[in-house]
Design a protein around this ligand. Structure first.
Ligand code: GTR
Length: 421
């Protein structure tokens, strides 16, 4: 390896390691904080029923998260054309139908397109579906040789054969462990995936991806209350939903949005901001996802805005080292999904994502689910390792590290069979 690249990688590794080392992992050092009550308006009015939640409280919370955290989408943009690149009636050893569907968008003389890879169980009926983004291209989730390799920008990862920011054949199937395609199909669900870099490359650069299609005149970047990358990726999921509504093989009333880590934050925001998603799964989403910000455990608002300045809207920086000023916390993001089913999952060794903060968010979102007569998390203590609690609000913490495992998918499928299918 070229020495310079080696040094850069080494320093990147060191700075990430030291960030994780500096973070607080000591429960006794979690600051005292008061969590905002999801059932009390910013003006202090008590919310007593789902009607008032929907007319008063939900809109003001959604507006706060939009204007101060994820950022507003600056306009509407419909799919300009749907291009079915490819369809095979007999994929995955004959058990599934495969489609690769390209959605094209045009605005202000600019074009963007992204490809949805879809596997559906073979049946005459329209099927429920999981949809989610992948980190390194659709061809990484399966060994299937017919999956097209994206030409979009990708973060270099020599062990996956990603050099010069281009995905390659070498990474085909390298993420099959994170997507249990066979289990999903066997359970009667479809799976749709998109390479997130096609919607917005994951770097601090607002000249690429979907953002420029919305710029007016010589605008270079979003305004302080406008979308960062998480909201851009969520926007892409909503456009995928627009397509699912047109595809007769998919039951658009049963689409569950799934995501891991930064893409788990994205899944939560997609589910909160677009009520067409029937359910949401957040896998190890951490800070800016399911974890409570006010705990400042593991990754913090300061750290995340420094490492990833492009993920949130600029207004979110007002809360750097100032979490106590936040009039909301992430349990209220989860509450925005009510009464739809939501699953929050943590991993024991993934302290950076604050498993306890993720659990508490699910717990404190529960009163909103109760307004609808839905069961949330009823125990105040975290469950034992590998012992899922599966109600309309579900939670598990499994052994192991920051990852998506077969155990995770087995739980999601079981839960979705009960609450979605
Ligand atoms: C980390 C980041 C987390 C999480 C993770 C991931 O570096 O600090 O918030 O998003 O990346 O997406 O894998």
């Amino acid at each position: 390896m070229n020495k310079l690249i080696f040094c850069l990688l080494f320093f990147a590794f060191l700075s990430n390691a030291s960030a994780q080392f500096d973070a607080n992992y000591d429960e006794s050092k979690v600051p005292e904080f008061k969590l905002p009550d999801p059932l009390k308006t910013f003006n202090g009015k008590k919310i007593r029923n789902s009607k008032k939640w929907e007319s008063r409280r939900r809109p003001e919370l959604l507006n706060f998260f939009t204007q101060n955290m994820y950022g507003e989408v600056p306009g509407k943009l419909e799919i300009s054309s749907v291009d079915i690149q490819e369809e095979r009636k007999s994929a995955l050893n004959g058990k599934a139908v495969r489609k690769q569907v390209d959605l094209v968008f045009k605005n202000h003389g600019k074009t963007l397109d992204f490809t949805i890879l879809i596997y559906l169980p073979k049946t005459e009926e329209s099927v429920p579906l999981f949809v989610g983004y992948n980190f390194f291209g659709n061809h990484t989730i399966t060994e299937d040789v017919d999956v097209v390799i994206s030409e979009a920008w990708a973060r270099n990862n020599p062990s996956f054969g990603i050099i010069n920011n281009q995905l390659t054949e070498q990474s085909r199937g390298v993420r099959t462990n994170r997507w249990c395609v066979d289990k999903i199909i066997d359970a009667g669900f479809g799976l749709a995936v998109i390479y997130y870099g096609e919607v917005d490359p994951d770097k601090d650069d607002f000249s690429d991806g979907i953002h420029p299609l919305f710029y007016i005149d010589d605008q270079q970047q979003p305004a302080a209350n406008e979308w960062g990358s998480i909201a851009a990726w969520s926007w892409g999921l909503s456009r995928a939903m627009d397509y699912f509504e047109r595809d007769e093989d998919i039951d658009e009333s049963k689409v569950v949005v799934f995501g891991h880590s930064r893409l788990g934050k994205t899944a939560l925001w997609a589910g909160a901001s677009d009520e067409r998603f029937a359910g949401v799964i957040s896998n190890n989403s951490g800070c800016g996802g399911a974890a409570l910000s006010k705990r400042r455990f593991g990754e913090t608002v300061w750290r995340i805005n420094n490492s990833f300045p492009h993920w949130f809207c600029k207004n979110f920086r007002n809360y750097i080292k100032n979490e106590e000023a936040l009039p909301v916390d992430q349990h209220e993001l989860i509450a925005l999904i009510a009464p739809r089913p939501v699953y929050i999952a943590s991993a024991e060794e993934d302290k950076w994502s604050d498993p306890k903060g993720e659990f508490l968010s699910a717990l404190y979102a529960t009163p909103v689910y109760n307004l609808y007569g839905k069961k949330g998390i009823q125990q105040t203590e975290m469950p034992e390792l590998n012992q899922p609690v599966q109600n309309t609000v579900a939670y598990h913490i499994r052994t192991g590290e920051h990852d998506v495992t077969a155990f995770d998918w087995e739980q999601y499928i079981k839960w979705a069979q009960k609450f979605i299918q």
